[in-house]
Design a binder for this molecule. Structure first.
Ligand code: PLP
Length: 293
């Protein structure tokens, strides 16, 4: 299964858990999403699916990826865990390919208070299979027609998601507003920061507000001293992770993922933040980058 190495481990974990092999393809430097131009060279007769990740809240290049999938008979599965609510050419994330998978982990755009998630498809046969797998492979009560698992979402978490759905549109708009404001303030500061490129035909719902900088550790320490939390999504790409590395994918392959892993840093982002909190974050960031030369 073809995927990006620049993602959270769960992407490759899902592939390995079904007995498939993750075949890594490098990313685009601007969006940090899978580079469609590199996919065809990675396809072999063993390939079955392509799993792009819509990282940070921006949907991957799904038209190009779907066209490659159609040419080679591969199913395209969007890992939409960070992009729920994002739009791409009039379509919503999770509805851009045969299957979309999202997470309702609290840090995601639509978060519950524990664990939860959903699969989306317009294919009735797949939808039936997903529903059965969710309840231990039952097609009717106590008729187990396939191997399944206990994949039900807790009622309490469903109640949280249903409650939060009522203001989800507002939350998405708020995340987009905060993302635009961050970009304006960072650009105005003149600090040496590389912003993620968001294509004109889609938006980004900023599950994380991630930027690229050098001297990341010093900058993180300065922000922390000022009471501003940061995180790194992700410091080590999957082809360099002991559990997910593949023999035919050496640590120094995937140069753009390796570079991104050294440079990305996420700033505070939540729909409940106020725009008034951003100037302080950006001024400490800019000062720290100036001081670290
Ligand atoms: C890109 C990506 N894929 C998959 C997951 C897994 O989500 P969950 O822990 O809800 O299974 C996450 C969660 O952090 C993620 O960021």
């Amino acid at each position: 299964m073809i995927t990006t190495p620049f993602t959270f481990a769960a992407t490759a974990e899902a592939i390995l858990l079904v007995g498939a092999k993750p075949v890594y393809v490098d990313i685009l430097p601007g969006s940090c999403n899978l580079d469609p131009a590199l996919i065809e060279a990675a396809i072999t007769s063993a390939s079955r699916a392509i799993m792009p990740v819509s990282l940070y809240g921006q949907i991957a290049d799904m038209d190009e990826i779907n066209a490659i999938g159609a040419r080679h008979g591969l199913t395209v599965i969007e890992d939409a865990t960070q992009s729920f609510g994002a739009r791409y050419k009039g379509r919503m994330s999770s509805n851009t390919s045969t299957i979309g998978a999202t997470s309702f982990f609290p840090s995601k755009p639509l978060g519950c208070y524990g664990d939860g998630g959903a699969l989306f498809t317009s294919d009735d046969v797949l939808a039936k299979a997903f529903r059965e797998i969710r309840v231990h492979g039952q097609s009717q009560r106590y008729l187990h027609t396939r191997l399944g698992l206990g994949g039900r979402m807790d009622t309490l978490q469903c109640a949280v998601v249903l409650g939060k759905l009522e203001r989800f549109e507002w939350e998405i708009e708020q995340r987009k507003r905060l993302g635009s404001r961050y970009a304006e303030l960072i650009q105005a500061s003149g600090a040496p920061v590389e912003l993620l490129a968001v294509a004109d035909d889609r938006d980004c719902v900023w599950a994380q507000y991630t930027i690229k900088i050098s001297a990341r550790e010093v900058v993180q320490a300065t922000l922390k001293a000022a009471g501003i939390p940061t995180a790194v999504h992700y410091p080590r790409p999957l082809h360099q992770q002991p559990a997910y590395a593949q023999n035919d994918c050496p640590a120094d392959s995937m140069p753009l993922s390796n570079l991104a892993a050294q440079r990305v840093m996420s700033l505070p982002m939540s729909a409940d933040m106020s725009e008034d909190q951003l100037p302080l974050v950006v001024s400490v960031l800019a000062r720290s980058l100036r001081d670290s030369g």
